[in-house]
Design a protein around this ligand. Sequence first.
Ligand SMILES: NC(=O)c1ccc[n+]([C@@H]2O[C@H](COP(=O)([O-])OP(=O)(O)OC[C@H]3O[C@@H](n4cnc5c(N)ncnc54)[C@H](O)[C@@H]3O)[C@@H](O)[C@H]2O)c1
Length: 242
Amino acid sequence: MDITQSRAIVTGGASGLGAATAKGLTAAGATVTIFDQNPDGAAFAAEIGATFFQVDVTNEGNAADALDRAYDAMGGLNTLTNCAGIATTEKTLGRGGPHALDSFKRTIDINLVGSFNVARLAAERMNEGSVIVNTASIAAFDGQKGQAAYAASKAGIAGLSLPMARDLARNGIRVMAIAPGIFRTPMLEGLGQEVMEGLAADVTFPRRLGDPAEFAALVRFIVECDYLNGTTIRLDGALRMP
Ligand SMILES: NC(=O)c1ccc[n+]([C@@H]2O[C@H](COP(=O)([O-])OP(=O)(O)OC[C@H]3O[C@@H](n4cnc5c(N)ncnc54)[C@H](O)[C@@H]3O)[C@@H](O)[C@H]2O)c1
């Protein structure tokens, strides 16, 4: 797709990887609408020349309504990047007892069900030549202690790429996923400088955290490269978690 013809929705676009993607696509000439539950996204969207709708990606009515409004505002829809997500840590069996079922379900609901919810509703409104990019994580393959819920949600995202690409082939819609390693975003910065430096030391090369602009560059490449379909690309500096 010619990037200047891209009419793109970016979920989770108020922060981190989504914000960098919204900024990168806008700068490249795409028309962008941000969906985020955080109302602070409105000021950011205005700053980069995008439109903002406050959306909870897990809410069917809320997402469908916002998609209709975004479609009208942009004069169409041919690109979706799902970046809305949460990071959770809890052991299957911790000192205080078993993993709470509610927190497990909530992680799956936002990261996996929320992405699928917006993707299925967006597909209904997309023309031939469109593309959907979901955000997995290397935790989909190398989940760590305490990541049962998060890793399961991201493995679900990786698992969606091929069947969705097959389902949507007759509509001419491609489906891809990116599995980021460790990127410097507010989600990660919450862990503190020392933890971030420790994580960066494990990256093979380049030995540093990922820059959200690098994630945005890959999203742009996926949008532009029409032959990419049905798979998950690791973006991780060859990091393999133990
Ligand atoms: N940062 C990393 O190192 C990293 C690594 C692998 C995968 N990821 C994944 O990338 C995605 C983006 O992560 P990030 O680091 O930019 O995080 P972030 O916390 O900076 O941004 C996430 C955004 O999603 C929004 N959001 C959360 N729940 C939502 C909901 N129900 N509806 C609408 N918006 C919602 C938040 O308001 C926030 O703006 C997540 O799916 C995350 O799991 C991040």
